[in-house]
Design a protein. Structure first.
Length: 192
């Protein structure tokens, strides 16, 4: 599935163009990957969570690397190393990844965070409700955009295999991006 030689050649070119690691996030991932995972490692993670990782992501972890070079601050390893405690606990919570992701289109309730002193409709969603994990169940944080925003890979549900942008920290809701290989290749060939 993955052309590992092409990916490594592209990363070498990116590293050569950015020796001072000035490109956004490069100081975090340094254009390197973590070691690949074995079939046993992947099967253990899947068994623990009662899921099957999307094939394209699974093959990336086996053939390319587990975390490292990728969009923005790079890819998180499968075990969540480098995530905040809250986000790491999310992926470890029993049933969280096995619960189908609830969205098939962009989601952002019109009235989710009340502003002090500004009247609004009686059915306003509170901040706690807006950040409730039920809106992101079935997804795995795979990369940090910055400023509290993340990229999530959908593990279960109808949009399985897609990457979604979680910009709830800036009131931007959840937005579909692309399937994992297209999302990754876009960054690889059009680094930001």
């Amino acid at each position: 599935m993955w052309d590992v030689e092409d990916i490594r050649a592209r990363l070498a070119a990116m590293r050569a163009e950015d020796r001072e690691l000035q490109r956004f996030g490069a100081r975090h991932h340094r254009y390197r990957f973590g070691p690949t995972l074995s079939e046993a490692d992947l099967a253990a993670f899947e068994g623990r969570h009662h899921i099957t990782l999307p094939d394209t992501y699974r093959s990336f972890l086996r053939e390319v690397g587990n975390g490292g070079a990728g969009p923005y601050y790079g890819l998180f390893p499968l075990d969540g190393e480098g995530l905040s405690d809250r986000d790491r606990e999310e992926r470890l919570r029993p049933g969280y990844l096995a619960t189908p992701f609830p969205h098939t289109q962009a989601w952002n309730p019109a009235y989710h965070v009340p502003e002090p002193g500004v009247p609004g409709p009686g059915n306003m969603m509170t901040e706690d409700e807006y950040f409730d994990e039920r809106w992101t169940a079935g997804s795995l944080v795979i990369a940090e955009f910055g400023c509290g925003a993340f990229h999530r890979l959908i593990i279960t549900g109808p949009t399985r295999g897609q990457v979604w942008f979680d910009d709830r920290a800036a009131d931007g809701g959840l937005t579909p991006e692309a399937d994992f290989p297209d999302w990754y290749q876009d960054w690889l060939h059009n680094p930001r």
